[in-house]
Design a protein. Structure first.
Length: 337
């Protein structure tokens, strides 16, 4: 449920202008060439991408850094794009902490915990660094549309883990390593980020059809909605499953994008002190500083001008078709919307 920003409403006129200015500042952004690490690590699940990626990379051992360098070298030799290197690094970090292990679950071995019994190769092969990396790339290239997927989702398609969301954690670190070790200085306008144009339009088409329906806490249609029930069902209509609650939609609902790059259909969040752990409201971004949302009890689904009040988060979520699992438990107090 959206918290009423009482102080923001009753302050004198100039204070209101400060709030409007804050929204404008969050939505404005410079153009030009953006660094690979800045763009690609902004996909990270906590929204503090590049800085956290650099911190995590600094903790790697010499062996791990050597494996990263070999992942990049083989990727370059094969003419694969930097996104492929990033996917392999994320998978290796998740599976083995980027170490060439001679043990694992059942007969899992090596950097990517490949299993001889599942056809990945012999024990000697799946513990050979070059073989493992090439094999990972071979399987990745067979995944339809891997280039457009969230990197952690593509890693999961190769690894087929029972815990698919864990690969996303290392997006910032992998992006930093691609930039630093692979000497990839930048990409133009972050144009490798997943496009939401088609799916976002489908989600908004559903949401527009719900205008005027009343807010009911915990409802997810068809006749009543709360804020996260509306966003969940809108994206479900576009064929994308996201979790039910606003906090879990932020952490597990898709790709994190800076607010100044928001596209129609992206999820916009509000949280106490702009803290993701204090999220209490979510809305669908329409463009032109407008959102479509289910506000609060006593109100109905409506279109409203984007507001701040000191709670608008600087990152939005762009749901991607990686079908994160439904979260059944209600999150901590304040995340009910």
């Amino acid at each position: 449920m959206r918290k009423l920003v009482v102080a923001f409403v009753v302050l004198a006129g100039f204070a209101g202008l400060i709030g409007v200015g804050a929204v404008t500042m969050l939505l404005s952004g410079g153009g030009g060439r953006a660094g690979w690490s800045s763009c690609s690590s902004s996909l990270g699940p906590w929204g503090d991408g590049a800085e956290r990626g650099q911190r995590d990379a600094a903790k790697l051992s010499g062996e791990s850094l050597g494996i990263v360098q070999r992942i990049i070298e083989i990727g370059q030799q094969r003419g694969l794009p930097p996104r492929a290197w990033q996917i392999a690094i994320q998978a290796g970090k998740t599976e083995s902490n980027l170490a060439n292990l001679y043990h694992g679950d059942r007969d899992s071995l090596g950097i990517f915990q490949m299993r001889p019994s599942m056809g990945w190769g012999t024990v000697q092969q799946v513990t050979d660094v070059d073989y493992q990396i090439n094999k990972f790339y071979d399987v990745l290239l067979e995944v339809p549309g891997w280039e457009e997927m969230r990197p952690g989702t593509a890693a999961q398609k190769v690894e087929r883990s029972a815990f698919p969301l864990r690969y996303h954690q290392w997006e910032p670190m992998a992006a930093h390593l691609v930039s630093a070790e692979g000497d990839i200085s930048g990409i133009t306008a972050c144009d490798d980020l997943p496009s939401a144009s088609v799916l976002g339009s489908q989600a908004l088409q559903y949401a527009h059809a719900q205008l005027g329906k009343p807010y009911v806490w915990g409802a997810a249609g068809p006749d009543t909605f709360d804020c996260s029930g509306l966003t969940q069902q809108a994206w479900k209509a576009a064929g994308v499953e996201i979790p039910k609650y606003s906090q879990t939609q932020y952490f597990q609902g898709g790709v994190h994008i800076p607010l100044n790059q928001a596209q129609p259909g992206d999820l916009v969040f509000w949280g106490s002190g702009r803290d993701p752990k204090g999220i209490h409201h979510v809305a669908l971004y329409l463009g032109d500083e407008k959102v479509l949302h289910a506000p609060q009890p006593g109100e109905s689904v409506e279109i409203e001008t984007l507001w701040d009040g000191g709670e608008l988060l600087p990152m939005v979520v762009r749901p991607a078709a990686d079908t994160p699992p439904q979260v059944a438990a209600v999150p901590a107090a304040g995340g009910e919307g």
